[in-house]
Design a protein. Structure first.
Length: 93
C-alpha cells in the first residue's frame, strides 16, 4: 500500500496514537472525579504531543500537499483535544 493511501486512511502509527488520546476523553466525560480527569487528560495530552512528534515529519514519498496537511492536522488535533479538555471543566461537569 502506498504511503499516501496510509496517510489518507489514517492507519499510520501516529494516527493510532492520537486516536488513543481521544479515547481517553470518554472516561473523562463520564467521571466526576477531578483527579481522574486531570490524570487522563495529561496522559492524553502527552499522547497528542507524541503523535505530533511522529506524524509531522516530512515523508519523501509524499507530495508537498500531503506533507503540508500533516503539518497542520496533528497540531490542529492537539488544539482540539485541549479544547475538549477545557470543556470538561467548564461545561460538561
Amino acid at each position: 500500500m502506498k504511503e499516501s493511501t496510509k496517510e489518507w486512511l489514517g492507519i499510520k502509527p501516529a494516527d493510532l496514537i492520537i486516536y488513543s488520546s481521544f479515547l481517553l476523553l470518554i472516561p473523562v466525560y463520564y467521571s466526576s472525579n477531578k483527579v481522574i480527569d486531570i490524570s487522563l487528560l495529561v496522559v492524553g495530552f502527552i499522547l497528542c504531543i507524541t503523535s505530533c512528534w511522529f506524524g509531522m515529519k516530512s515523508h519523501p514519498e509524499l507530495g508537498k500537499i500531503n506533507n503540508t496537511i500533516k503539518l497542520l492536522a496533528y497540531p490542529g488535533c492537539t488544539i482540539f483535544y485541549l479544547y475538549l479538555g477545557y470543556l470538561n471543566f467548564t461545561s460538561w461537569q
